[in-house]
Ligand binder design. Structure first.
Ligand code: ASP
Ligand code: MG
Length: 419
């Protein structure tokens, strides 16, 4: 039975976490395991800083040293005198160095992807070396040799057919009883450049692998007991959702529930592959199952808070109405700027969109629009979504908040607030 396990950054953030994930993996000796792993801890953020500094022609020595020291500490705690961990780290850091030594192009997202992949390459290499150290039969795979994507850097789209054709060596390893370890989040385009699937994209990789291999199920191991009806950071009394449908999970992820990457569900739904979200701290508890049946959807309201939102209001310069031709132009600019719309509203003379605040994209979009439109924006704002809302929860949530925009449908209520 082929099963896909995904371990995120928190589940491999230090030596104790790696030991714990090893114990979990070791419990599934009878299964054919594909283990998808993220970068350790906050490594991706540190690599983002490296990329930003290099792009701005500034010294990136500090975040780079931080990355090295952080992994060395984990390796020393794990391996002691065995040099296997140090060796693989050194190998990947040298490869990173040679990427960094190349001249930097003016294509920010392209440069980003060439660098960002090292978080996952390093974490998986350390873990595979650790499995071997523990005499656990395993094999390391470069996900970039399997997952073919287009060249939309930082948000690459998967070429499913080509990826399916590149599964041979992994299937062989599975058949020979090896645990296959590969990186989440990364792929490669036709020209050989590295690509990435969007922040938090490792879940999606797990789903891609499940789809391609017709896996029996996928388990995402997390530091929460399952999918909760709200983020514990914002809410005290969260409730675990025991079982929800693919359809409901897509809605929740779409609105920003941070527990799973939004693209994860669709491939699983297409093949009816169940997804478990379980706690790596309490692997015996049932967690959440996401599957076909909608029977349990909507039993409890879910609350999704998305902070750091910007509201951009676009009006014609001559106060004429915003008509279809304008919308076409505006949507084109939005797509070109790589902006993802979370909410939109149009009135006679203006069109408003809400999206994640990102200074670079905001500037790009504003520049594209300002020749023909007057553009104003508000930030930072919070977008609150309530699935399966009722009047009582709405009253509690809106108390004392300034609401800039609101949209209601039968199952979903969305509000943009200033705090
Ligand atoms: N390491 C990547 C990130 O931090 C991908 C992931 O964790 O899923 O976004
Ligand atoms: Mg993560």
């Amino acid at each position: 039975m082929i099963r896909i396990f995904k371990f995120g950054g928190a589940s491999v953030k230090d030596a104790a976490a790696v030991r714990n994930m090893t114990t979990i993996v070791d419990r599934f000796k009878d299964d054919q395991l594909v283990i998808v792993v993220s970068a350790m801890g906050k490594t991706t953020n540190a690599l983002e800083r490296v990329n930003r500094l290099r792009f701005d022609s500034m010294s990136y020595a500090e975040p780079l040293a931080e990355i090295r020291n952080y992994h060395e500490q984990i390796i020393d705690d794990l391996f002691g005198a065995d040099s296997a961990g140090r060796l693989v780290l050194q190998q990947h850091l040298e490869a990173l160095d040679s990427v960094l030594a190349q001249p930097c192009s003016s294509h920010f997202d392209l440069e980003y992807d060439q660098i960002i992949v090292f978080g996952e390459l390093i974490s998986t290499a350390i873990i595979e070396a650790w499995f071997r150290h523990c005499s656990m039969d395993s094999e390391w795979f470069d996900a970039r040799a399997i997952i073919r994507t287009d060249n939309r850097y930082r948000d690459a789209r998967v070429d499913w057919d080509q990826s399916a054709r590149q599964l041979g060596p992994l299937k062989e390893a599975l058949d020979s009883g090896k645990r296959c370890i590969l990186q989440g989040f990364i792929g490669r385009d036709e020209t050989g450049n590295s690509t990435s699937l969007g922040r938090e994209g490792s879940d999606f990789t797990a789903a891609i692998m499940a789809y391609l291999l017709d896996a029996a199920d996928v388990t995402i191991w997390k530091d929460v007991p399952g999918m909760l009806n709200a983020d514990p950071k914002w809410f005290k009394n969260t409730v675990k959702l025991d079982s929800i449908s693919f359809k409901e999970a897509i809605e929740l992820a779409y609105y920003g529930a941070s527990v799973i990457h939004p693209k994860t569900i669709k491939p699983l739904q297409n093949k009816g592959i169940p997804l478990y979200i379980k706690s790596f701290l309490d692997p015996d508890s049932p967690g959440t199952i996401i599957q076909e049946s909608t029977a349990n959807d909507g039993q409890v309201p879910s609350y999704i808070f998305k902070g750091n939102q910007v509201l951009l209001s676009i009006a014609t310069r001559d106060f004429s109405f915003v008509v279809e031709d304008n919308l076409k132009e505006i949507f084109e600019a939005i797509a070109e700027a790589g902006v993802r719309i979370h909410l939109m509203e149009n009135s006679a003379i203006s069109f408003s969109v809400v999206f994640d605040y990102d200074d670079y994209k905001l500037q790009l979009l504003t520049d594209k629009l300002k020749a023909n439109y007057s553009v104003r924006y508000n930030e930072p704002l919070t977008l609150i979504t309530i699935r399966h809302w009722d009047d009582a929860t709405v009253t509690t949530l809106t108390a004392g908040r300034e609401i800039l925009l609101e949209q209601r449908s039968r199952h979903t209520l969305r509000m943009l607030t200033r705090n």
